[in-house]
Each structure stands twice: as C-alpha cells, then as structure tokens.
Design a protein around this ligand. Structure first.
Ligand SMILES: [Zn+2]
Length: 548
C-alpha cells in the first residue's frame, strides 16, 4: 500500500487527534491486579478512523465460506464497512465502476482482504504471571497477526483487571483486540462446594463484567451442573476444559446436555465414546499432578476409545451436532507433544520470544506445560496417533455441519502468542479443512461463538471495519500470515528471502501497519535479551553442561 502524498495533510490531522484522546498513561495508578510495570501504554500506532477510506482493487475473502472475489473497492466510513464495490473483472478493471475518492486511499492491487481473525482461546498474561511478559507484548503479537477479537478464558487476575483492559480496547486507547471475558469458575471466588453458592458465583461474575464462564476444575458434580445451568439462566456463554479430575462425571455428552455451549481442547470427547471402560486406563502409579505422566498418558487416550466411523463415534457426534455444540480444538497447544524439536526450534522464537517466556517453557516440574522431564520417541509416536484420530473427529464434525473455531491457548508449551494462531490454521488444514474452511472457522464461526456475528466476522456493509490485509494469496499459502512470513527462493536474484507477514490489521476503521508492530515486538525482545546479557538470536534450552 502507498499513501498518496496529497493525503498527507489529512493523515497528519488524524494523527494529531491522538494527542487529545482520553488516555490512561503510565503515570495513572495501576488498576486492580496490575503492577505499575504492567501498565499497557497509550496507543501511538495506527491511523484513523477516517471519514472515508477506500481500499482499492482488493481480492476479498468475506468470511462466510464464499470463495475469493474481486477486483473490489471496499469503502470504510469511520468504523464501519460502507460499500463493497465490484470494479470489473480480473485483469479488466472498469474505471467507471470505481468507488468515489476517500479522504484516505490505499492501492491494494495484489492484496487479499479478510475479516479480522477471532482467537477463541487466549489468556492475557502479564508481568505478574508465571510467563513474566508484559501484556502489551501479547496484545501487539495478536494484532500483528490479524487477531481483532479474542475470547479470554481466565487468569489469576480479578475480573475487573480484564474489564479495564477491555474498555480501553473498546475506546481504542491501546493497541488491542476486542476482548470477551470468560473467567475460570473456580477462580471467581475460589473453590465452590454447594450448588446454591455455585449459582451465586455465576450471578456475581455477570455483575462484575464476565461475558461467559470457563469451567475446568474445582467443581464437584452437583456444583458443576448447577453452575452450567445458571450460566444459561443468566444469558452468559460457557465453555469447558473437561479436565481429568471432572471427566469421570462430566464428559461432553453430559455437559452439552446440561447446556454447555462449547468445549476446549479435546478431553471429554474420547471419554464419551468409551465402549469397554468408564474411566481412562491409567498405570497404577499414575499421579495426575505429575505433568509428564499426565500428558504422556493423555497421548494414549484416543487409542482407548471407539474407532473413527464406528457406532459409538457416530452416536456421540450426532448428539453434539443436534445440540449445535462448538469444538474449539486448540491443536497447536499440544503440538510439542508430537514434535518437541519442531516447536522448540520454531524460527520465530529467535526474535519474537521473550527470554522470560523461554525460561517458563524450559523443562520444569513446576511450570505448567513444561513436562519434558524425559520426553521420548515413544511419547511422540503415541501423540502422532492421538492427533490422527482427534483430527479425524474434528474434520468429520465440520463435514457434517458442526461448528469449529480457531483457538491458540498460547503462552505455554512453546506456543507463542499470534504465531500459534496461524499454526492452528495450518493444523486445521492438516485435519482436512480446505484453506477456505479454515478462514471461515477463523472469522464467521469465531464471531458466532462469541455472539458477535452481527458486528464482526464477515465483510459486509454495515459491519465493523475489522479487517486483515495481506500481500499474496493466503488460500494458497497460510504461511503468508505468520509474522515471519514464508521463505522463498527469488529466481531473479538467486537470493533466499522472506515474503508475506500480514501487511495491515484494521480494527474499528483504525489502520495498523502490522510490520511496524512486529518491529516494535522484536525491539522489546532484543532489549530484554540485552538486559540479561543474552546474545540476539536463538536461545538454548539446556542450562547445564552436557555429557556429549
Ligand atoms: Zn487455556
């Protein structure tokens, strides 16, 4: 894209507006649950919103599942899509059909435009969490990867901490996606032991600003089902990680029957399809809190359940389809389990992973998801088989009309914010989705899950101007969406180069130069390494001498 010189005055005028935005600066007191060092700085990036922006000569993927269309001129007025205008045929633009000029013009020939992405499973961490990274770093990694809406599934912070950030994002005072808040049930007030309190806790969460509830633990059977029932009564959304402590009395058929709307990961699904047992087969010395044991045995779980396409498999799928239950698989969250080397050496770690986060990922008996005490080929082979069966279920579910979303659950297990989301798209492609089905899951399906599909998730006149702009065709190569782009041999120069990376993320009609956001993130990482006396580039996993 090029900004035309004659538009510079308008641009400068818009930029100067930022100086008078009501901002919460670093000097203001930190909100509840946030330390002074965590404060998310006031926004300095992004231009607009403008009275009228014309994105000229684009190819559009509208999010509904429709194929790419173009050439189009897309007009944005303030924060809304105002016009989607066909301007002729590919290679034969009719100048008479072009949209009227805007006060901001972007020539986007060769670019694809999609709805802003929805990450259906995130945790906004902060310096005071175990990951020890600033929230600003995470928010910018999301925005640099086209993620304009997120569903936050809980943290140790009070609900109010996230409500404050959500509101600042709504006012575009900070660089951040839209945020929906789903606190973890057992963290709202602590563990709950009776049904009446469960209902009171759900009511309290709603008053404090929750959009939904995420269930994972700390809930005996009667408490859990009372709480799920109360989410429905209160009009709150709900999802669940069917953790091993609960799954014996709450698999996905049980919880979806009680009104649960969606599930995270995959636990609770194979358990619902057991034909020769009630409970997962564990070794006799199994202790759930030993994470290598837990994740190691999890890798053998799909092999213990009904075969793909069998009666039990189809019966459970039919039930979930009938209930319009949503699967949010987060394949990427477990990827290290089947390929430790690939995930731990992913090229983006070199410049985009904070050293504190690297420390958190390192094999540890304490940190969540750092279960590489002695991870073997046998563990990885079991997980590869696990993935084949799990992916088959998710793809079958989609093929039969089931709803599936894209969620990343980054910040654990070598899974990096933003990058993990694009990896999830590739894994969905591996599961059998076409790239068009992947984009549909990332946009309209995500928005529908949040209940915001009347505002975002599709490119349509009247909808919010939340858009992703990328040079090249993401349907042919999803890797173009990674911050690190895609590696290509340039035959003209004989050089190896990187192409792609999202060019612009647009939210509420505000246009962010995604390359600039990425440069800022790389600076944060470089600075943090320098402060620790670490060289730039790759970080090592080992922190002791080795025998070989
Ligand atoms: Zn999570």
């Amino acid at each position: 894209m090029t900004f035309k010189p004659r538009r510079i005055a308008a641009l400068m005028a818009a930029a100067s507006l930022f100086a008078v935005l009501p901002v919460t600066t670093a000097a203001a007191p930190a909100p509840a649950g946030q330390t002074a060092a965590d404060v998310i700085p006031a926004r300095t990036e992004g231009i607009g919103p403008f009275k009228r922006v014309v994105l000229r000569n684009v190819t559009m993927i509208d999010g509904t599942g429709a194929p790419a269309q173009g050439p189009f001129d897309i007009v944005i007025e303030n924060d809304r899509i105002a016009q989607i205008k066909s301007i002729g045929s590919p290679g034969a633009i009719d100048p008479a059909e072009r949209a009227a000029p805007g006060d901001q013009e972007m020539d986007l020939a060769g670019y694809y435009v999609m709805p802003g992405f929805v990450d259906a499973h995130v945790h906004l961490h902060s310096l005071s969490d175990s990951q020890k990274v600033p929230s600003d770093y995470i928010l910018k990694l999301w925005m640099a990867h086209g993620i304009t809406s997120v569903r936050d599934l809980g943290s140790g912070h009070p609900i109010e901490w996230l409500v404050d950030i959500k509101k600042r994002s709504e006012r575009n005072e900070i660089v951040a996606p839209r945020i929906d808040i789903y606190p973890m049930f057992h963290q709202i007030r602590g563990p709950v032991n009776d049904a009446a309190t469960a209902r009171a806790v759900i009511q309290e969460a709603k008053k404090r600003g929750a959009d939904g509830i995420k269930f994972i633990g700390g809930a005996p059977e009667d408490v859990l089902f009372a709480a799920i029932d109360e989410t429905k009564k209160q009009g709150l959304h709900s999802t669940m990680h069917h953790a091993q402590q609960l799954v014996a009395y709450a698999d996905v058929v049980d919880t979806s029957g009680a009104g649960l709307e969606s599930m995270e990961h995959w636990y609770g699904l194979p358990e619902a399809m057991f034909t020769d047992k009630r409970v997962q087969s564990f070794p006799t010395d199994f202790i759930n809190n030993d994470e290598q044991m837990r994740f190691g045995e999890a890798g053998k779980l799909w092999a213990q359940t009904a075969e793909p396409g069998s009666d039990a498999w189809n019966k459970v799928m039919d039930t979930l389809l009938e209930r319009k239950f949503v699967l949010d698989p987060t394949f990427t969250a477990y990827l290290t389990s089947r390929d430790f080397m690939r995930m731990s050496r992913a090229s983006w770690h070199d410049e985009y992973t904070m050293p504190a986060l690297w420390d958190y990922y390192r094999p540890s008996r304490v940190n969540h998801g750092a279960y590489w005490f002695d991870w073997t080929t046998e563990h990885e082979m079991a997980w590869k088989d696990n993935y084949r069966r799990w992916m088959r279920f998710v793809n079958d579910y989609k093929n039969r009309g089931g709803r599936v979303t894209i969620g990343s659950d980054a910040g654990y297990i070598y899974n990096l914010y933003g990058f993990g989301y694009i990896q999830e798209m590739e894994l969905m492609r591996e599961a059998g989705f076409s790239s068009l089905e992947v984009i549909h899951a990332a946009t309209q399906e995500g928005a529908r899950l949040l209940g915001h599909d009347d505002q975002v998730g599709t490119i349509r006149v009247g909808r919010k101007a939340d858009l992703v702009v990328v040079k090249g065709n993401p349907l042919a190569n999803l890797k173009l969406l990674f911050g690190t782009g895609s590696v290509r041999l340039n035959d003209a120069t004989g050089k190896v180069e990187r192409v792609g990376g999202i060019a612009y993320t647009i939210k509420d009609g505000i246009i962010y130069d995604a390359a600039k956001l990425r440069a800022e993130i790389r600076d944060m990482v470089a600075k943090s390494k320098a402060e620790r006396g670490l060289p730039p580039g790759p970080m090592v996993i080992e922190n002791a001498g080795t025998a070989n």
